[in-house]
Ligand binder design. Structure first.
Ligand SMILES: [Zn+2]
Length: 103
């Protein structure tokens, strides 16, 4: 699938294939936000499925289940910096998230 233009990506997110993949990711992640979970919190609110490697730059990973993770809307927004943190960037460093935290 070509995901070069914005329109193509929009189309992708409306495709049956994506709906199915999304469902698989949610199921695999137990309908839990992976960030909240690793932070010891229980996620509340709307769950979304995030592409770890964004499809804009990694279209070949768009349909790879291993590239998907469940995030709640809040975390998803943080992840994509949809909120404006720029004025207090110095005070609020984003937490370090990685897959090697098992403690
Ligand atoms: Zn979350």
């Amino acid at each position: 699938m070509e995901l070069i233009t914005k329109e193509q990506r929009k189309e992708f997110y409306h495709s049956v294939e994506w709906q199915r993949l999304r469902q698989q990711a949610l199921l695999r992640d137990n309908y839990e936000c992976q960030w909240c979970k690793s932070n010891g919190k229980v996620s509340e609110g709307v769950l979304e499925v995030d592409h770890i490697k964004d499809i804009e730059h990694y279209p070949e990973s768009a349909t790879d289940l291993a590239n998907l993770r469940t995030l709640c809307k809040d975390c998803h927004n943080k992840r994509h910096n949809r909120m404006n943190y720029s004025s207090r960037k110095k005070h609020r460093k984003p937490p370090k998230w990685n897959d090697e935290r098992w403690d």
